[in-house]
Design a protein around this ligand. Sequence first.
Ligand code: NAG
Ligand code: NAG
Ligand code: NAG
Ligand code: NAG
Ligand code: NAG
Ligand code: NAG
Ligand code: NAG
Ligand code: NAG
Ligand code: NAG
Ligand code: NAG
Ligand code: NAG
Ligand code: NAG
Length: 741
Amino acid sequence: MLVQAYNLMAHAFLLFLLFTYIISTNIHACKQIERDSLLSFASTLSSPPLNWTSIDCCRWKGVTCDPDGCVTRLLLPSIGLKGGISPSLLGNLTHLTHLNLSHNSLYGSLETQFFLSLNRLEILDLSYNRLSGELPLSLPSSNIRTVDLSCNHFFGAIPSSIFQQASNLTSFNVSNNAFTGYVPSSICLHSSPSLRLLDFSSNVFSGNLALGLGKCSKLQVFRASHNNLSGLLPEDIYNATKLEEITLPLNSLHGAISDKIVNLTNLAILDLYFNHFGGELPLNLGKLSKLKFVTFDFNNLEGALPPSLMNCTNLVELHLRSNNLEGDISMLDFSKLSQLTKLDLRNNNFTGTVPISLYSCRSLKAIGLSRNHLEGQIQVEILSLKSLSFLSIGFNQFTNLTRAMKILMSCKSLHALILSAAFKGEGMPFDDDMVDFDGFQNLRILSLAGSDLTGRIPVWLSKLKNIEVLMLGDNQITGPIPSWLGTLPRLFYIDLSDNQISGEFPKQLCRLPRLIYEAEDQYELELPVFSNINTGNQLFHKLSSFPAIIDLFNNNMSGHIPTEIGQLQLLYELTLYSNNFSGVIPDQISNLKKLEVLDLSNNHLSGIIPSSLASLHFLKYFNASYNNLEGPIPTSTQLQSFNASAFVGNPKLCGVPLPNKCGPNKGIDADKKNNKDVHNGLHQLPWFYIFTALGFIVGFWGICGSLIINKTWRYTYFRFIDNLQDRVYVHINMMKKRLRG
Ligand SMILES: *[C@@H]1O[C@H](CO)[C@@H](O)[C@H](O)[C@H]1NC(C)=O
Ligand SMILES: *[C@@H]1O[C@H](CO)[C@@H](O)[C@H](O)[C@H]1NC(C)=O
Ligand SMILES: *[C@@H]1O[C@H](CO)[C@@H](O)[C@H](O)[C@H]1NC(C)=O
Ligand SMILES: *[C@@H]1O[C@H](CO)[C@@H](O)[C@H](O)[C@H]1NC(C)=O
Ligand SMILES: *[C@@H]1O[C@H](CO)[C@@H](O)[C@H](O)[C@H]1NC(C)=O
Ligand SMILES: *[C@@H]1O[C@H](CO)[C@@H](O)[C@H](O)[C@H]1NC(C)=O
Ligand SMILES: *[C@@H]1O[C@H](CO)[C@@H](O)[C@H](O)[C@H]1NC(C)=O
Ligand SMILES: *[C@@H]1O[C@H](CO)[C@@H](O)[C@H](O)[C@H]1NC(C)=O
Ligand SMILES: *[C@@H]1O[C@H](CO)[C@@H](O)[C@H](O)[C@H]1NC(C)=O
Ligand SMILES: *[C@@H]1O[C@H](CO)[C@@H](O)[C@H](O)[C@H]1NC(C)=O
Ligand SMILES: *[C@@H]1O[C@H](CO)[C@@H](O)[C@H](O)[C@H]1NC(C)=O
Ligand SMILES: *[C@@H]1O[C@H](CO)[C@@H](O)[C@H](O)[C@H]1NC(C)=O
């Protein structure tokens, strides 16, 4: 009985298996023409193998069929496909609705034939490939909903005909290509009542934004950042009331933001940095209660902040850096902005004191107030900002630095404290409490530069075990460089220039680990440092983009340059000019293989220029003028490429590029004219530094890898606008031109 039942069940099961097999093969067995199409597609790929070998193509990886055995989906993203796609290739897959070949290395162009038979296509994602050429005159089908061609090399204008049939298009992304011509605002006129996302960012679109967007009644996201757009915002953009995001930074748009913006009640992101927008901010901007991210950095906005903004309780970031805004900020009540994490008002004309209500924004991580006309003292209430990591308040008229530092020491999260020229003419912050207190445990960057501070380098600095960047330049600091500076485990940027520091170059500085061993450093500043450039704009926020430097110029230091200096293999810049250093130039300097800037001028160095200096292949700037050096200048492609001004003022020095030839006895001293005039060394351009472009590519526009790097290479020089010492970093080529040309 049991056996029979068992048999019956086994038979039933076998039957079931057979049945499902028949069904599945019947349903999915792919059509020959589809199989051929797929195989011809696969055959054009050079790698990797797709392993499409079994009979039934509907079971192949990435392939989905309909019940009739027609391929409906081909989804092969991110599998390293390489090869050209040719126009006719997929043309026989007439039932295809989804095509996703994103994140591969496909090249070729989309000629009209590519789309010709794909008239059921709904989703087309070819992003992150190497496709190029112009776009075809129309999109494949009236069913098309999503088109993502971002991060390729497409060029040419986008023909407005392309949208003519596309009445179901919801998302169109062509960002990060090389498209030119007008942004096709007509996209909304022709068709596409269902459009939600439009992304034209990072191309070369130019001219005005034409009217038309207002007809996109469902448009939520509009991006066209990093193009060459000019003119006013189109009037009808304020009619697209579903807009949640307008992102148009890095263009040349101008005009005022209209009060009509209050009609965009869904707006959460308004990002317009690096344009020429002027006028006052709309008085009722604060009626946009959903606003989260507002970014107007680097425009020409005027007037006061609209008080209504303080009603935007959802505000997360407010960036207004580098405008012409003014008014007393102590009148503003920030207390409702409980979500606010970043407030950047740097480089405006704001007055008053830091409003106490700001200290009730408990989410704040970054505050930028530098370069305004603020005054008063830092209040102890700032300690309620438990997440505060970035504070930049330099170039104001605050008072009582010691008090401020004693308060800020307890800010546990503080990573960046930039107080350059914030407290003028006070003493270096110092008292006994500060030595005993374990504050600033997370501080990575500290600037007290440019403040005419008097006193010595305070000993509490020795407790900053995480400090990486220390800027104390341009003060009235006296006394020696303490040897403990060399024990700070992460320090790699030391600027003590323009002080009255005396004593010797401490040997201990030559043990700084970060100048000897490579280290990973992923730390990012909470607020980006923008650059201001002739040809384009960029931003970065990695501390690792800072060069490794020791700047001691314009002090009163004496003694020898220690031979141990040769250990600092990672040093990029060493500037000792205008001190009283004596002795010889140590041969060991030639171990500093990364050195690009070496300025030893205006000291009392004697002896010869070591011939090993010729092996410093990266050296881009060299100056040894006005010392007592003697003998022939070593011959090398490196040293002879600098002009004579790098060597003048050393009467006993001879050889190219100096005019005096090395005689059999000694150099002819012919160089005793009024040589200060000739001397156009680095220290007459104290704000100019060579800086490799690669260093500051990190961190911006990193989205499409190498594609973007090519674009950024076009830019020439780089400048910290305000939060550091306002130094200008000059691209190598620019530097060569200025100093040698
Ligand atoms: C598409 O089909 C046509 C015939 O219908 C054939 O000539 C052509 O070679 C096919 N293309 C591909 C890529 O298979
Ligand atoms: C094809 O098969 C090889 C060997 O099994 C495997 O390494 C490779 O990843 C497969 N290719 C794809 C696209 O799955
Ligand atoms: C294409 O595939 C990638 C990777 O799976 C996915 O992230 C992306 O959203 C897909 N594209 C579309 C339009 O669905
Ligand atoms: C648009 O999509 C809807 C359903 O989402 C469909 O009914 C309609 O036919 C599509 N329109 C066109 C022109 O394909
Ligand atoms: C467009 O594509 C880029 C790159 O793939 C992506 O970063 C961006 O978020 C997309 N835009 C929209 C609006 O989704
Ligand atoms: C940018 O636009 C201006 C005028 O709108 C034009 O003169 C210039 O050629 C454009 N630049 C590029 C790179 O297209
Ligand atoms: C915006 O919408 C208003 C009212 O709906 C209409 O009167 C006006 O013409 C539209 N503006 C533009 C520029 O389309
Ligand atoms: C803006 O909204 C007001 C009412 O809230 C309306 O009267 C006006 O027409 C709208 N303007 C536009 C340009 O849509
Ligand atoms: C802020 O909102 C309150 C309550 O909605 C309102 O009374 C007040 O007028 C608003 N303030 C400004 C400056 O708009
Ligand atoms: C600040 O205002 C003064 C005049 O009061 C003006 O000269 C200066 O350019 C303004 N600075 C900024 C950054 O707007
Ligand atoms: C600075 O603050 C301290 C309190 O920490 C106070 O005793 C001192 O008077 C203040 N100095 C000035 C100049 O305000
Ligand atoms: C420079 O240092 C010397 C001692 O090395 C000292 O005598 C002299 O006064 C100092 N000069 C200045 C301007 O500080």
